[in-house]
Ligand binder design. Structure first.
Ligand SMILES: Cc1ncc(COP(=O)(O)O)c(C=O)c1O
Length: 427
């Protein structure tokens, strides 16, 4: 048995000064039970906790650490930037470099930098509302777009883990204009447009949903959404905070008017962006009347980490990431099959997850029907075996380019033990 004495002491201390002992709910292990491990440092594919235990990391800070932890070139870029001053509150050439890197990889003509995915989606919605002069927004159940009020209706991620359909503190008026429909249900979107004629500013979707576990869009779904928004004078916001620069050089790049990014583009520091068509983005202040701002937006350290990360993400790296995701997904799935555990491997790209359920999962209701008790047993056995999986059955697994052949061998043994443990949990 691994010792977790220091982590337990940290958890006790943390709980007295930080709500639940964590600064983001899913970190608290609410979805799997037990005490979270507190991390001291990380390098390459591995995390080291405060008790000195090492873990192969399949969370990657929920996406950003695509190159692995403490990548020497990213660290050097941040150190160099820090030595020159940590924030200026004035424009820098690095911001232009990052904006050029992003616009060259994506469908965006212009982008604006912010500090979190939440800010990016909140701002994109404001642009959509300002540009169309309409208020309503259609979102999908189980899609998570950060914690801005308008999106906290049937959201996935930590909200799914907590089982809270909504959040106290979000006024009814803030979600009164949010229409929630089931994911992959194009007829429901069409019906929403019919019932709210001339009132819908935008449809927002995750380009590939990753916050109810990983769910593949049905064939042509993103294109159909785009066509429906066109036909109804509304805009489509493609949320690529999770997929952007991870599933490929530019993300999913499905047709849309506005896009949001975060995670990978900050290289582990707080950077995010929203962008899209020039005519829409130029409605933002100071060019246009739609207000949006940020003291630390375009922070030089975050820009340095993000730019260095993106420049290191070459086609070869994406090939490696795709290969790793395929191998690891199949390895976990075979271990579960051998142990007789019903499951569904959902792997629409190098983002993937395993649902502990017999059936294919295409939406949030189907995702919620899985056996989270089996996932918890799988998770805790893996943790004991030195593998860090998301502490929730409703999250994607993230590979990093730092993973090695040795890591894969480690995983094979660990998956097999964890699958046998999961098999002991009654349905
Ligand atoms: C698709 C998506 N959008 C938005 C967000 C919010 O980003 P942040 O946590 O940086 O505010 C997330 C976070 O997980 C996300 O996955």
């Amino acid at each position: 048995m691994r010792k977790h004495t220091e982590s337990e002491l940290c958890a006790e201390r943390a709980a007295t000064v930080i709500p639940g002992g964590v600064n983001s709910p899913v970190r608290a292990f609410g979805g799997v039970g037990g005490t979270p491990v507190f991390i001291k440092e990380a390098r390459g594919s591995r995390l080291i906790d405060v008790d000195g235990n090492s873990y192969l990391d399949l969370v990657g800070s929920w996406g950003p650490m695509i190159l692995g932890h403490a990548h020497p070139e990213v660290v050097a870029a941040v150190q160099e930037a820090a030595a020159k001053g940590t924030s200026f509150g004035a424009p820098t050439s690095g911001e232009i470099d990052l904006a050029e890197e992003i616009t060259s990889r994506t469908n965006c003509e212009e982008i604006r930098l912010v500090s979190s995915g939440t800010e990016a989606t909140m701002s994109a919605l404001r642009v959509a509302r300002g540009a169309t002069g309409r208020d309503k927004v259609v979102k999908f159940a189980g899609c998570y777009h950060g914690h801005a009020d308008a999106f906290l209706a049937a959201a996935g991620s930590g909200v799914a883990t907590l089982g809270a359909p909504d959040s106290p503190g979000v006024p009814a008026s803030a979600t009164a204009d949010t229409i929630v429909v089931p994911y992959n249900d194009i007829d429901a979107v069409a019906a929403a447009f019919e019932q709210n004629e001339g009132q819908i500013a935008a449809v927002i979707t995750e380009a590939v949903p990753g916050n109810m576990g990983c769910v593949a869009p049905a064939d042509g779904f993103n294109q159909k959404l785009y066509d429906l928004t066109r036909a109804n004078g509304a805009l489509l916001i493609s949320d690529e905070v999770m997929t952007g620069f991870r599933v490929g050089p530019g993300g999913v790049k499905a047709p849309a008017d506005l896009y949001t990014y975060g995670k990978v583009m900050g290289g582990g520091l707080p950077a995010a962006a929203f962008g899209g068509r020039r005519d829409l983005m130029e409605q933002l202040a100071p060019v246009g009347p739609i207000y949006q701002a940020g003291t630390l937006s375009g922070n030089p350290l975050a820009v340095a980490a993000g730019l260095t990360t993106l420049r290191l993400l070459t086609d070869d790296v994406y090939e490696k990431l795709d290969g790793l995701a395929e191998q690891i997904g199949k390895m976990a799935s075979s271990a579960l099959s051998e142990a007789g555990v019903a499951h569904y491997l959902s792997a629409p790209g190098n983002l993937f997850s395993i649902f502990f359920s017999e059936n294919r999962v295409t939406n949030f209701n189907e995702a919620k029907a899985q056996n989270t008790g089996q996932y918890a047993a799988f998770f805790h056995t893996l943790l004991e075996e030195g593998v860090h999986l998301p502490p929730s059955a409703f999250e994607c697994w993230f590979v990093s380019a730092a993973m090695t052949g040795e890591d894969l061998s480690h995983l094979e043994t660990a998956f097999s033990r964890a699958a046998r443990k999961a098999a002991t949990v009654r349905l």
